[in-house]
Design a protein around this ligand. Structure first.
Ligand SMILES: NC(=O)c1ccc[n+]([C@@H]2O[C@H](COP(=O)([O-])OP(=O)(O)OC[C@H]3O[C@@H](n4cnc5c(N)ncnc54)[C@H](O)[C@@H]3O)[C@@H](O)[C@H]2O)c1
Length: 424
């Protein structure tokens, strides 16, 4: 039985640990957060992900997984720590550097070291490999060093970890093969071997492709408002073309991937990436656009009461990182004119710095509900849920509200040409 040491037990490291443990590996999970380690060793988990609580309990009960504050000797090390951006939009790879240094005392010749964190191009060759070399091990001979980017969809992580195609980029050919064999033990999808830099760039381009295409859809929303056409209808019809796939517009792009990864490319090739930079600017402008529309809708009210529905960057998850909804909440508060309440059935109070409301508290006396996440709870709402609103108006930025009730006005983000200001 092989032993795997997973460093970083968040949205990626924890499900990955559970899958390896369930496949028969002995897994020790390492995290610098004491609370995370304590919670996990009790058999409980600190993140929301479909199916994970049950699988996790099972592997802990079977003694296949244990959490620790420090790494241990193992056959395989998997690094899944955060890679956020600095305020100047450059990559912060300090966590990857710290995590790599933390495993050095436990590394032995023949070990496989895999970085799953999303990293700027050339990080494996120019940053991670030199750390191992300085420690006295040859990253091209003694250690099998590889980058295997993660491309799972939150909410479907346990399925996609097994079914998705994996790209394994080795610092050497042999490293790619050894690391690919590790994944072949758990993955049903294809496992493709390549060079580290190609794996790094392919991951970044996947998210950049989506970011750029969402920017195109968001630009269409703005154009549609100007010329008076329903962007959602335009997208639906254009996508009938067999080779067109216009993405979905929304209140902005958030999360740890799409809103961050394109900057990793820009940082390394600024002059060559004007399209990527423009797309980022368009998507970053969407929270302001949403707030402008809220202002239009509430222009005639003295103290507009706005209920924000959904704070996560994505539906049916609890992830609020880089969420445009949080930005919209803050922008509204900054105006000083609005009374803002926020409701999200997936988000816990400790995740945000402002008070959360229940559904009843949020709608009570509200002039406007603004839907910012396509949680299933919002898709299935009934007219009764809005009964206590003062004026029954919903601004749906995710095109997910399907209410057909004459007493409720629903404005969709794709169709904002004729908005009537709400009357008290
Ligand atoms: N979440 C996703 O859907 C997703 C998808 C694809 C790729 N990624 C990438 O995977 C990486 C991890 O993302 P995540 O969402 O799991 O992050 P996360 O913030 O949920 O978890 C990271 C964990 O690492 C821990 N940590 C930080 N430094 C550490 C260190 N030196 N040693 C041990 N533990 C440490 C943190 O305490 C935290 O618990 C990032 O690079 C991210 O871009 C994430």
């Amino acid at each position: 039985m092989k032993k795997v040491c997973v460093v970083g037990l968040g949205y990626i490291g924890l499900p990955t640990s559970a899958i390896f443990a369930n496949a028969g590996f002995e897994v020790v999970g390492v995290d610098v957060n004491e609370k995370v380690v304590q919670t996990l060793n009790k058999g409980e988990i600190h993140i929301e992900e479909n199916g994970l609580p049950d699988l996790f309990k099972k592997v802990v009960r079977e003694g296949k997984f244990r959490a620790s504050l420090v790494p241990e000797k193992a056959d395989v090390f998997i690094i899944a720590v955060p890679t956020p951006i600095h305020e100047d939009y450059t990559a912060n790879i300090d966590y990857v550097i710290d995590a790599t240094k933390s495993i050095l005392p436990y590394l032995e010749k023949g070990n496989v070291v895999i970085v799953e964190s999303t990293i700027p191009p050339r990080t494996m060759d120019d940053v991670v490999a030199p750390i191992i070399r300085e420690h006295g091990l040859d990253p091209e001979k003694d250690i099998y060093l590889a980058h295997c980017p993660e491309r799972v969809l939150p909410g479907r992580i346990l399925i996609e970890l097994v079914e998705n195609t994996r790209i394994v980029g080795g610092v050497t050919k042999e490293a790619a093969k050894k690391a690919a064999d590790v994944y072949r033990a758990i993955v049903k999808g294809e496992v493709i071997e390549t060079e580290a830099v190609t794996a790094e760039m392919s991951k970044l381009m996947e998210n950049t492709f989506r970011d750029v295409n969402i920017a195109l859809a968001n630009e269409l929303v703005k154009i549609s408002r100007r010329i008076g056409v329903d962007a959602h209808k335009v997208i639906e019809l254009a996508n009938k073309h067999p080779r067109v796939n216009i993405h979905l517009p929304g209140p902005g792009v958030g999360g740890h991937c799409l809103a961050v990864d394109p900057y990793f490319i820009v940082e390394k090739a600024k002059e060559e990436s004007p399209l990527i930079q423009t797309a980022r600017r368009i998507n970053n402008s969407m929270p302001h656009f949403v707030v402008e529309q809220i202002q239009r809708m509430t222009a005639e009210l003295t103290v507009p009461k706005v209920a924000i529905f959904g704070l996560t960057y994505k539906g049916n998850t609890d992830d609020v990182r880089e969420s445009p909804a949080i930005k919209i909440y803050e922008l509204l508060k900054q105006q000083g004119r609005f009374e803002v309440r926020a409701y999200d059935p997936h988000v816990k109070q400790e995740q945000v710095s402002f008070p959360l409301s229940t559904l009843e508290e949020a709608v009570d006396g509200a002039h406007l509900v603004v839907v910012l996440a396509d949680h299933n709870e919002f898709k299935n709402m009934k007219a009764e849920d809005f009964a206590t609103m003062k004026t029954k108006v919903i601004f749906d930025t995710k095109n997910c509200v399907h209410l057909h009730d004459e007493s409720i006005t629903v404005y969709k983000i794709g169709n904002l040409h004729s908005v009537n200001a709400i009357q008290e």
